[in-house]
Design a protein around this ligand. Structure first.
Ligand SMILES: [Zn+2]
Length: 211
């Protein structure tokens, strides 16, 4: 599995393009906002000769879904996310304006809902989904046991945890998601977060000051 990380938009959000030996790819949290960021996605897919199969979201805070409309318009692929975060699609334009961002179009509607323990398949690869609410009510993580990796969105960061002061955030729920779900994964699992560098489950168990 090959993972490409882009850091996009004024929130410095990590957008991931993941592909395997079949050259089928998924995009996790398409945060591309401006023209250069959108071009970077297209150029990478073309350069690596990838076929985009799915657009999946760990959650739907605006910085993680800026690019969903562009990807639907370009590839006809609708984003997939948990139903509990759908209210964030509806409030997208209001939120963006509150940050003074140049967004005029409505967000792209969700195509498929992601449930817990669902298999997200592309090429020869599979992610299993874990529901990890708290930062947002519909936060999900994408885990590959075979690769020893997990994409966690804004639930867990290197040395930090997600904020819980946004609509429908909940601190106690977040802590449970981390300690009862993510921390059950092997210590060697590499954690890809929605912002900042990668970490591992083992490192956060030992060193995270919030846990
Ligand atoms: Zn977020």
């Amino acid at each position: 599995m090959t993972i490409k990380t882009f850091t996009f938009n004024p929130f410095q959000e990590n957008t991931y393009i993941v592909h395997d030996e079949t050259n089928e790819a998924v995009i996790i949290d398409a945060g591309c906002l401006n023209k250069d960021e959108k071009s970077a996605i297209i150029n990478y897919l073309e350069e690596k000769k990838l076929t985009l199969k799915r657009v999946i979201n760990t959650h739907l805070h605006l910085d993680h879904q800026f690019g969903n409309k562009f990807l639907f318009d370009t590839f006809g692929i609708k984003p997939e996310a948990n139903i509990e975060d759908e209210f964030l699609v509806e409030s997208f334009v209001t939120q963006a304006r509150s940050f003074g961002l140049p967004v005029s179009e409505e967000a792209q509607a969700i195509g498929n809902y992601i449930a817990e323990y669902q298999e997200i398949k592309f090429g020869n690869s599979i992610f299993t989904t874990l529901l990890v609410p708290g930062h947002s009510p519909g936060s999900v993580a994408f885990y590959s046991e075979k690769e020893g990796i997990v994409f966690v969105g804004d639930v867990l960061f290197r040395g930090s945890i997600g904020r819980t002061d946004l609509p429908k955030g909940d601190f106690a729920t977040l802590i449970l998601s981390i300690t009862k779900k993510l921390f059950l994964l092997p210590d060697s699992t590499v954690v890809y977060s929605g912002h900042g560098p990668t970490t591992t489950i083992g490192y956060e168990k030992k060193n995270n000051p919030y846990l």
